[in-house]
Design a protein around this ligand. Structure first.
Ligand code: ATP
Length: 511
């Protein structure tokens, strides 16, 4: 995959109404995007797949929809006011701003790429007999590069741990890191920058009226832990799931919808008995990977990245990374957050946030395992894996979006072969049979082949053609997007055939 693919995805998304730059008539707003007519459908379908898997399929998980504004003490308790910072650095010549940690990570990435190259070369040389683990642990050059990486990591960790930002700058200088755009090494000092957006509540001005746009949805769940537990008579272990907007004033937001300042999260906090968090962490790691794989977007597109450097609240954490057009990057985080958040909220609110276990007759602050996925990143993953250009047997090419059928924005296109002889009317009747259950589209313009191509390009899994025979045999032709095979189906069987292809149940069957 490559930058080229990302460009193709961006232009395809715009051309067909998936994603537009925000307020484009005013030349857009950096890193803000609007989901168009098909994008809104795809986004809803992803949400529906997540909500069904998490809430409906688990009888001990319930949903919630908390407000974006929260009492400002929430963010003091969660640690966001004091610690939700990124170290930033400016280049004095280019006036460009960077995240210091990202500059260092990219530098490490370059060393890693060299190791990868050596590994690939050796694999080619040794063929089937190649043992990658052995090569990595014995090859002198690889070991030397790995040592460089470890040294950089430990210096960076020590500097950040000691909040010594001048040591971070020194590391950047020692490594000879240059502005990726201009090559200049003329850097300012490193400063901390808080990522929360501030605003003011009502007519109150000054610090007392300051509130924040939530930087994560999780805290809306923590502060409602007892409300839900009591009103829903929930027994531990149980989970609370939520889908909603989050806001982060990212220092650099680019790569399309991968990193935005306003985005949507799908998070689930699972409350467990202290001491059982490891097994639940393992359970959710596996369950979440399975959720991704059931979509069938392709092999080798997902991998785990275990965190070595843990956040202050976590006792274990990993990411599910996806092979985006820019390479493997975080798509979802799975974190064992201990009792940190609930204890912090107890301390700041002076309210007890405890669970009384009726069996053991004891009361305790539960531990939490959370799964947190960015909806927009999931959208980008789906779109970039789905977009394909194919050469057909007759030498012609087609652009096809192989979106998993249950997620496709339009499930079926209803196409009268021609615009007369009663075919449009019949096609409308067929459409009425499906429209209540699925998003379907009617199209009578242009030759049938062109209409198929248009539907391929937006990922419609089924094209249903109404022809002259339909009027007498009460059957239609269904064309499959992926195989392009055609099949004659009786109209009274149609609803079942379409559901068999596009309902969410198909994805759960696969898992
Ligand atoms: P990153 O390291 O990429 O900044 P993060 O580790 O800060 O991400 P989390 O706080 O774990 O992210 O948030 C959970 C999920 O929310 C991420 O896995 C990602 O999918 C999504 N997410 C986070 N920041 C953004 C953003 N700026 N734009 C879009 N999605 C985001």
């Amino acid at each position: 995959m490559s930058d080229d693919l990302l460009k193709k995805v961006i232009s395809h998304a715009k051309e067909y109404g998936f994603v537009f730059p925000s307020s484009e008539i005013y030349d857009g707003l950096s890193a803000a995007y609007d989901y168009g007519q098909l994008g809104a459908e795809l986004k809803n379908n992803i949400k529906h797949y997540w909500w069904t898997a998490m809430v409906r399929m688990h009888d001990n998980i319930v949903g919630l929809d908390a407000s974006i504004f929260m009492h400002p003490t929430t963010w003091k308790a969660s640690g966001h006011v004091d610690a939700f910072n990124d170290p930033l650095i400016d280049n004095k010549d280019s006036k460009k701003r960077y995240r210091a940690d990202v500059l260092i990570e990219d530098h490490i990435g370059k060393i890693e790429a060299k190791i990868q190259k050596d590994v690939a070369k050796a694999a080619q040389r040794f063929g089937d007999a190649f043992d990658e683990a052995e090569f990595r642990s014995t090859n002198g050059r690889v070991l030397e590069r790995q040592k460089q990486i470890d040294d950089i990591n430990s210096q960076f960790k020590a500097a950040m741990g000691a909040e010594d930002l001048s040591a971070v700058k020194q590391l950047i200088e020692e490594l000879g890191i240059a502005d990726p755009d201009t090559g200049s090494r003329n850097w300012t000092d490193v400063r901390q920058f808080n990522l929360m957006f501030k605003t003011e509540l009502g007519a109150v001005s000054g610090e007392s009226g300051v509130i924040y746009l939530r930087p994560e949805t999780a805290q809306g769940i923590f502060v409602n832990f007892l409300n839900v537990q009591k009103s829903g008579r929930m027994k531990i272990p149980f989970g609370i799931a939520q889908i909603g907007k989050a806001f982060r004033n990212e220092i650099i937001a680019r790569q399309f919808i991968f990193r935005m300042r306003e985005f949507e999260q799908m998070e689930m906090q699972f409350f467990v008995k202290p001491g059982t968090q490891n097994e639940w962490y393992a359970y959710w790691k596996e369950a979440r990977l399975q959720w991704h794989k059931s979509l069938g977007l392709g092999d080798n597109l997902h991998r785990f990245h275990d965190h070595i450097k843990l956040a202050h609240y976590a006792d274990a954490a990993c990411d599910i990374e996806f092979n985006f057009p820019m390479g493997f990057k975080e798509l979802e985080g799975i974190h064992s957050r201990t009792d940190f958040d609930l204890k912090q909220h107890e301390a700041h609110s002076n309210k007890k946030l405890r669970y009384f276990d009726p069996e053991s007759q004891e009361s305790y602050v539960p531990y939490v395992v959370e799964t947190s996925i960015g909806l927009d990143r999931m959208f980008l993953a789906t779109l970039s894996a789905a977009l394909q250009e194919e050469t057909l047997e007759d030498g012609s090419t087609r652009t096809v979006l192989r979106i998993p059928a249950p997620l496709s924005p339009v499930k079926a296109a209803i196409l009268p072969l021609i615009k007369k002889d009663g075919l449009p009317e019949k096609a409308r009747e067929v459409m009425a049979l499906l429209q209540m259950d699925h998003n379907v589209q009617y199209d009578e313009k242009d030759a049938i082949g062109r209409r198929y191509r248009r539907q391929d390009a937006i990922g419609t899994p089924l094209c249903i053609t109404v022809d002259h025979d339909t009027l007498t045999d009460h059957a239609v032709t269904i064309r499959d997007r992926d195989t392009m095979a055609q099949e004659r189906v009786a109209i009274d069987q149609l609803a079942a055939v379409v559901a068999g292809k596009v309902s969410l149940a198909q994805l759960f069957k696969a898992s």
